[in-house]
Design a protein around this ligand. Structure first.
Ligand code: ATP
Length: 355
């Protein structure tokens, strides 16, 4: 299913939760809506689902208008299903019956006889790896298994659009990684379009075809995971997604002069807004520490954490905190003064800095 959102606005009283949202998705696309708590992700998802009506603008599903200021097609008349963070399972109903209920009550599901119904239930439970649990009640399942049931229930009637609201946030870290693979598999098998809300950039980067980064009710950037990570267009995207350090200074063509220095850092891939604002975003792994040299920017190591393949350092650089990740074969100590510069091996710019 394709979705088109035009100039969408949503007010709660005087508070504007969505501000002029525009978006077009293509058939079968996996879209992640990524942003911090309160930025409007769930509000946008609820409007797509039909649980809530817009204050302005329009939504089209497969080219047909489903919502505007004056009309709102209800969720059951949109060929979609939703998966919630809370699982939303019925405690008295076993797993098989959850799927059966979903198959019987979805408007767009063809009518099945009881043999076809049982085959479909088994097929769906096989996809999510729950065949042996079909007679259990939700209370007899782990968190991960419960979320598999809610995924199974959502995909059972083969909706053309799946809306997922932080479906993994109630699971522990290891299970979340495993469930990412499950959701990717489900996307591949069902070919449904997916809109997936998350505040976890790892999830969005790992699964989505395109990511919409939202902040304060607005879209900051839309792009593939690679575009969002490698070429952030705003300071918000650079820090929220890439955890970038924002160095202040002045740009002249492709050369950046950090504030208070005569250095020249070269970079040919920074977007217009950074150049205008005099900012050079560098992710922790794009910075290199070396023994202190006078002609380079210097900082003092405040903290050092061992992380397996890397040390994570925080430095005080002229009163600002800078985070740097370095391989463990180069080690510096807390209190040491070191030089910092853009990394020419891992950085965006493969050319040597001009200094
Ligand atoms: N029914 C409502 N009435 C008033 N304000 C609301 C309502 N629903 C949401 N809001 C406000 O709209 C803003 C966006 O909320 P929303 O739930 O969309 O955020 P979110 O990005 O999904 O956050 P989270 O990640 O914490 O779920 C918030 O400031 C919230 O308080």
């Amino acid at each position: 299913m394709t979705a088109e959102i035009r100039q969408l606005n949503k007010f709660f009283g005087n508070f504007q939760a969505l501000k002029d949202i525009n978006l077009e998705t293509s058939e079968g696309e996996f879209i992640a809506i990524l942003g911090p708590s309160g930025c409007g992700k769930t509000t946008l998802l609820r409007l797509l689902a039909g649980f809530s009506a817009p204050s302005g603008g329009e939504i089209y599903l497969d080219g047909e208008a489903v919502a505007s200021k004056t009309m709102n097609v209800p969720p059951e008349k949109r060929n979609l299903n939703m998966v919630f963070q809370s699982f939303a399972l019925w405690p008295h109903m076993n797993i098989e019956d959850h799927i059966r209920f979903a198959l019987k009550n979805h408007r767009y599901m063809e009518k099945l006889n009881s043999k076809e119904m049982n085959e479909r239930i088994d097929e769906i439970l096989r996809i999510v790896g729950l065949e042996q649990f079909k007679h259990r009640l939700p209370g007899e399942l782990s968190g991960g298994q419960k979320q598999r049931v809610s995924l199974a229930r959502a995909i059972a009637p083969a909706p053309r659009l799946l809306l997922m609201d932080e479906p993994l946030s109630n699971l522990d870290a290891e299970l979340r990684i495993e469930m990412r693979r499950e959701i990717q598999k489900i996307h591949k098998i069902t070919k449904a379009s997916i809109v997936y809300v998350t505040h976890d950039q790892g999830e969005a980067l790992a699964m989505a075809d395109r990511i919409i980064v939202m902040n304060d009710g607005k879209i900051e950037q839309i792009g593939t995971p690679e575009e969002i990570y490698e070429s952030p267009e705003t300071s918000f995207v650079a820090t929220f997604v890439g955890k970038a350090n924002l160095f202040k200074g002045a740009w002249k063509d492709e050369v950046f002069k950090p504030e208070g220095t005569q250095l020249a850092w070269r970079q040919n891939n920074v977007t217009g807004s950074f150049i205008k604002d005099g900012i050079f975003p560098l992710r922790p792994e794009q910075i290199r520490l070396t023994k202190a040299e006078e002609e380079k920017l210097q900082g003092r190591i405040m903290t050092k954490q061992f992380q397996g393949k890397e040390y994570h350092y925080s430095l005080d650089v002229n009163g600002r905190t800078v985070i740097v990740h370095m391989p463990i074969n180069e080690s510096y100590e807390i209190g040491e003064t070191v030089s910092i510069e853009p990394d020419i091996i891992w950085g965006w710019d493969k050319k040597a800095p001009e200094n």
